[in-house]
Design a protein around this ligand. Structure first.
Ligand code: KG4
Ligand code: ZN
Length: 367
């Protein structure tokens, strides 16, 4: 089947066309119009500015996705759109556009949870790679019994969660952040360090340039909040505050690139240490067959690499998969991929045929 995906929950206007066959997903087009440059000067996303940009871009982005995929509206079988969580003014543009197209083209419509989309980025194409078992997973295996249960570490700008999936489309949150999300912490720390928005890629780039492992002012490590707590929750706001205090005490050093690079390295390692320790502990308790990564922060090369090493060292017979880096940050291919699994698992297709009438938008939609 051919699915048109639409995503406008934050600061990317995105549309994609995917084709599904025999349980494999092929990306025909994946267009993302980023508003990063617009929001950069505010150091974060301004919801109403985002909505204005989405409104300007949504139809050109959808047109480009269809034309790149050489697909006509008549060939589309299903429309998928993110209907939460996210910024209400931004979500409304995508959802209202999707509802209108669903009505006009007479196509069924599915609302997708944004995080479900991130998780299903793992199921796109052939990016699966198994570290610990040294096997290549393929999309058939993703259907098989030996893929589930799975444990997914979701790390985005708005969410940090450990999600246990006993099967497709079933989510149990076994741990989550009590304050800032991991991506939010990257963004805030970057701002303190005078780096660009979004902070994740900026801190990663700065950290990779650090010559010394640690600046002498960091004789005491930055904290690893809640790393030893007897649960799978996270907290990142104290880490950000520690960066703030450190730099306040040494403001003139912020002009020194080597200082910024070394603080970036230590900050990134602190986040990675906490994420990995909690994921391994959760896996030991819940015994998944697969560990997955999802969300914008899963593009982080150190997190990807070090989690693989920790799984190899500490766990046995666990597959480790992660989305291709091009599908980690917000995109619409992942939304279409999640919709495919919803579609094939739901017998009530009439519900989707009429969803254009009343698909709700929910800023706090739960998984
Ligand atoms: O999933 P995403 O695109 O949007 C949300 O759903 O929030 O995630 C965006 C977040 C931002 O906070 C950004 O700084 C972070 O992902 N991010 C990264 C990297 N690339 C993006 N964080 C760490 N390292 C990266 N390479
Ligand atoms: Zn996202």
């Amino acid at each position: 089947m051919i699915i048109l995906g639409i995503e406008t929950s934050c600061d990317e206007t995105a549309a994609a066309v995917i084709s599904t066959q025999d349980n494999s997903i092929k990306i025909l087009s994946n267009i993302v119009s980023s508003q990063v440059a617009l929001h950069q000067k505010w150091g974060g996303v301004v919801p109403n500015l985002a909505a204005r940009e989405h409104l300007k871009n949504i139809l050109p982005v959808i047109t480009a996705a269809l034309s790149k995929a050489r697909t006509k509206p008549t060939s589309i079988d299903l429309i998928a759109v993110t209907n939460g969580p996210g910024l209400i003014p931004a979500l409304l543009i995508g959802v209202n556009t999707a509802k209108t197209l669903s009505y006009l083209w007479n196509k069924p419509l599915i609302g997708v949870h944004h995080i479900e989309g991130h998780i299903y980025a793992n199921f796109i194409g052939s990016q699966q790679e198994s570290v610990s078992s040294n096997r290549k997973l393929n999309s058939c295996l993703l259907l098989a019994d030996n893929f589930f249960p799975a444990l997914c570490l979701v790390v985005s700008g708005g969410h940090t969660q450990l999600v246990f999936m006993k099967k497709h489309l079933h989510y149990k949150i076994i741990g989550q952040t009590l304050d800032d999300a991991a991506g939010e912490a990257f963004d805030k720390a970057a701002r303190i360090l005078g780096l660009n928005y979004p902070g994740g890629p900026a801190i990663a780039a700065s950290a990779s340039k650090a010559k010394n492992k640690k600046h002498k002012l960091l004789s005491k490590n930055l904290p690893r909040p809640m790393i030893g707590s007897p649960n799978f929750n996270f907290s990142f706001s104290g880490l950000k505050t520690a960066v703030l205090y450190l730099t306040k005490k040494n403001e003139r050093l912020l002009k020194k690139e080597s200082f910024v690079n070394e603080v970036s390295l230590e900050f990134q390692q602190a986040v990675v240490d906490v994420l990995i320790t909690k994921t391994i502990a959760a896996a030991k308790k819940h015994n998944p067959k697969t560990i997955m990564l999802a969300g914008g922060v899963s593009a982080n090369a150190e997190l990807r690499r070090q989690l693989g090493e920790a799984i190899d060292k500490e766990l046995k017979n666990i597959s480790y998969i992660m989305p291709d880096t091009s599908y980690c940050i917000d995109n619409a291919a992942m939304i279409a991929a999640a919709a495919y699994w919803r579609w094939r698992n739901n017998k009530n297709k009439k519900f989707y045929a009429e969803a254009w009438k009343d698909l709700p938008v929910d800023a706090n939609l739960s998984l």
